[in-house]
Design a protein around this ligand. Structure first.
Ligand code: NI
Ligand code: MN
Length: 228
């Protein structure tokens, strides 16, 4: 399994030949590692309706025929906007795609779609890969106590926002690592714009000083192999 950071909160998780794309905000993303025209996907996970997460989902699903997984209200909006294959989940629900179990978990944030429609509640995802690894995509969220419940999986890899302003800041994200106790954490949702500029390397040093979690800063485009 291979996880590539595409910039901001966009990820490409490849499990064998199956490609799981998360929050494909590529067009207009100053930190995008790849053009929306060049990315391939078998499914797309959307955490919420904000443009910096929903991004190129509609166009990508039309081109790639990828199944889109999103909160029910966001999923029905996507269907109305031309997405043919949608799985509308709600918290606690899951769908199995090519042997990978995609589970929807809570996130504390808002979710307005590009035309102003309410997208329902925002979410995160825990993906249990067909190879038995658990990857947590927090999406946009503040710190919340129930993150502690996720360590039961346990989490091999956690992708956490640290940018502040719209999401957890580094201080709260550090406590999130303590709650989640992932094997590896990767910070995201920072430095895309000045308002969410953060020192990710300094944050990683704190994580490794204060927890048993390994912290990896991935520049956009870079990958982490997680079979070790
Ligand atoms: Ni957001
Ligand atoms: Mn965001």
């Amino acid at each position: 399994m291979n996880l590539q950071f595409l910039g901001h909160n966009a990820w490409l998780l490849s499990v064998d030949e199956y490609r799981i794309l998360v929050d494909p905000f590529l067009t207009g993303n100053p930190r995008a590692a790849i053009s929306a025209d060049d990315v391939q996907a078998d499914c797309i996970l959307v955490t919420h309706g904000h443009g910096d997460h929903l991004g190129d989902t509609v166009a990508l699903s039309k081109r790639t025929k990828a199944t889109v997984v999103a909160m029910v209200k966001t999923a029905s909006w996507l269907e109305k906007n031309g997405v043919k294959s949608c799985q509308g989940l709600n918290y606690g629900g899951s769908v199995t795609l090519d042997g990978n179990v995609v589970k929807m978990v809570p996130a504390w944030h808002t979710s307005t779609l590009p035309d102003g429609t309410n997208g329902g509640l925002p979410c995160g995802f825990v993906v249990r890969t067909r190879n038995g690894k658990n990857v947590y995509f927090a999406g946009d969220t503040c710190l919340f106590g129930d993150m502690q419940l996720l360590r039961r999986y346990p989490i091999d890899l956690a992708c956490l926002p640290i940018g502040g302003h719209y999401t957890m800041d580094p201080e709260d994200a550090l406590l999130a690592v303590k709650f989640l106790q992932p094997r590896v954490v990767i910070p995201c949702h920072y430095d895309t714009w000045p308002v969410i500029a953060q020192d990710a390397e300094a944050w990683c040093k704190r994580v490794e000083a204060e927890t048993d979690t390994k912290c990896v800063v991935l520049p956009p485009g870079k990958c982490i192999l997680t079979d070790d």
